[in-house]
Design a protein around this ligand. Structure first.
Ligand code: SF4
Ligand code: SF4
Length: 405
């Protein structure tokens, strides 16, 4: 695609990157068919090719409007379009640039700005988020039905248990909301890795991975979290750990991007690149093991919902499914496995209508094979599906840990 990026942007880091990505798009439109928002809304501008045009026009100096912002806001960042695109267009990166740019040009209504500000000041901070949930629980009776529906249930905190000391060691990324909403997930990772002969190291004062801030275009906040995490990980990496394990695919995809996002940072670029290459989803790490030691006793019929951040973002399609089959689980067939469930980070709070419709569709397709349980690999999808699923929804590693004989 020919581009005429405005001179004031053309030679910036974002300008060069946008131009490179735009030029790789041949506007064939193959990506449209797999875009969930296009499928729901039927508007070309709510599909990947339309959004690419909007970003291109904006960077070429055409006037951006509130409608442009709305079309970009409605994108789930699911990256299904990247999986479908035969030309390898890096749509997710282009969208990030487009959103940053339009946020500087168009002002949102104050209520929207306040809502986003509150999200950015609560979700990424584990202690604050926990405190908010505690208060929410106590005063739940006086909340509106609307607020109750978005306020997750706070669970009793478990202690992060480390088992025996093994010679093989990994860092286990804890995350910000996951330890508050579902501490049993990383406890399960610890238990399973212990049986496989790997010790996990907990990093004190670890920050949010930065994904949420990055997607809400709070670039400085995101970079600050990322740099702090790098500073905390580095001394441990130097002592010798073999990987950074992540059990939330939404965080994993972002940590794998640290190297890209900090590529121009003289102080952090090399460390960030190293951390990205060391980062592995728990399924990716476990797939290298013989799994007999786990002695799993479980043959129930499960449906696995592969989060977009796992299959499209990290390109790990099929890995968890084959792990579960190797462990003896029966996988129920599901329809449209590549479609987003509508959670998409905080999208379910910002674009409720689209999110709810996608949730209905996803639950219907997951229930096709009449599973007894739905398994997933990301805390956001897990909580989103749990709200309306007729069967229990868990992280797959919890079910594996619970099935060890
Ligand atoms: S993003 Fe890829 S699939 Fe979509 S129009 Fe461009 S080249 Fe075609
Ligand atoms: S990221 Fe998902 S919602 Fe956004 S354009 Fe691509 S397929 Fe559509």
């Amino acid at each position: 695609m020919q581009t005429f990026i405005e001179q004031s942007i053309k030679n910036t880091l974002d300008g060069k990157e946008a131009e490179r990505i735009l030029r790789s798009c041949v506007h064939c439109g193959f990506c449209i068919a797999t875009c969930p928002t296009y499928q729901l809304l039927g508007d070309e501008l709510d599909g990947p090719r339309g959004r690419i045009y909007l970003i291109k026009s904006m960077l070429e100096g055409e006037v951006s409007t509130k409608q442009t912002m709305q079309h970009l806001d409605r994108c789930l960042t699911c990256r299904a379009c990247e999986t479908t695109c035969p030309s390898g267009v890096e749509y997710g990166k282009l969208l990030g640039i487009g959103r940053q740019h339009i946020n500087q040009k168009i002002s949102r209504p104050w209520q929207h700005r306040l809502y986003r500000f509150l999200i950015l000041q609560s979700f990424p901070y584990r202690k604050r988020f926990d405190l908010i949930l505690k208060f929410g629980q106590i005063f739940r009776f006086c909340l509106s039905e609307k607020l109750k529906s978005v306020l997750p249930i706070r669970v009793k905190q478990t202690k992060f248990i480390n088992m025996k000391m093994h010679s093989r060691k990994v860092i286990l990324f804890a995350g910000c909301v996951q330890p508050v909403l579902a501490p049993e997930i990383n406890d399960s990772v610890t238990k399973v890795l212990d049986v496989l002969g790997v010790s996990v190291i907990e990093i004190k004062n670890e920050q949010c991975c930065g994904a949420l801030s990055h997607h809400l275009t709070a670039a400085e906040q995101a970079l600050s979290f990322m740099r702090k995490n790098i500073d905390l990980y580095w001394p441990v990496i130097e002592q010798g750990v073999e990987a950074i394990i992540v059990s939330a695919s939404g965080c994993g995809v972002h940590i794998k991007d640290y190297g890209y996002l900090l590529r121009e940072d003289q102080e952090y670029a090399l460390k960030a690149a190293k951390i990205s290459t060391m980062t592995k989803d728990i399924s990716e790490f476990m797939s290298e093991f013989e799994l007999e030691d786990l002695k799993i006793d479980n043959s129930i019929n499960v449906a696995f919902q592969s989060p977009c951040t796992l299959q499209h973002g990290q390109k790990l399609s099929g890995i968890t499914e084959s792990l579960l089959q190797r462990l003896g689980f029966t996988l129920a067939p599901i329809l449209d496995a590549d479609l987003c469930c509508g959670s998409a980070g905080v999208y379910s709070l910002l674009e409720k209508n689209i999110s709810n419709k996608l949730q209905d569709k996803k639950i219907e397709s997951l229930m096709q094979g009449e599973p007894e349980l739905i398994l997933t690999a990301n805390i956001g999808c897990l909580k989103h599906l749990q709200r309306n699923s007729p069967v229990p929804v868990k992280h797959w590693i919890e079910e594996v840990a619970a099935s060890i004989r």
